[in-house]
Design a protein. Structure first.
Length: 169
């Protein structure tokens, strides 16, 4: 019987750990990443570097793996959907779409009776300044934040005037 192969989209720390754990179970891993310097390439059996919208590399990746997963939430939803049409991705791409947006994620959890800390959606500076009940608190971007990136701790009302926040995300 041949070794099963897991395809991992994304090449960061979690991909590195997943590849290491898979190796211990005699499972082969292939990393598919848009980061030329992705650390997981040093722990996997194969590394495919390309832009996430490269159809030929997507086909190549899918043809080499038995199972597909992703290791972080900022993989483009369109890429996951395209790959899922060729070979099933777990968790489902629709899950990734939810977790790519912190507000959608919190709404989803709360609708499913998994309570989070209190939160509100703030779309602009005036909404932020009128939400004094949430100070002290943490202002977070809805998208592209991770490991503290896109987070602003607010200890008091005076700190609101010094924030350099882009309300686009």
């Amino acid at each position: 019987m041949s070794k099963p192969t897991i395809g991992i989209i994304g090449g960061g720390q979690l991909g590195s750990m997943l590849s290491t754990a898979a190796k211990n179970l005699n499972i082969k891993t292939i990393i598919f990443s848009d980061d030329e310097f992705a650390p997981a390439q040093f722990f996997s059996d194969e590394f495919i570097f390309c832009k996430y919208d490269d159809d030929s590399k997507i086909e190549e990746f899918c043809s080499k793996v038995d199972f597909i997963t992703f290791e972080f939430e900022n993989i483009p939803f369109d890429t996951l959907s395209k790959i899922n049409n060729i070979k099933k991705v777990n968790p489902k791409p629709s899950i990734n779409k939810i977790i790519q947006n912190r507000l959608s994620e919190k709404d989803f959890l709360n609708k499913n009776n998994i309570k989070t800390t209190s939160y509100i959606s703030v779309k602009n500076e005036s909404e932020l300044k009128s939400s004094q009940d949430f100070i002290p608190g943490i202002l977070k971007t809805c998208t592209l934040g991770y490991d503290g990136k896109g987070q602003y701790k607010i200890n008091n009302e005076e700190e609101l005037d010094n924030l350099k926040v882009n309300f686009e995300n």
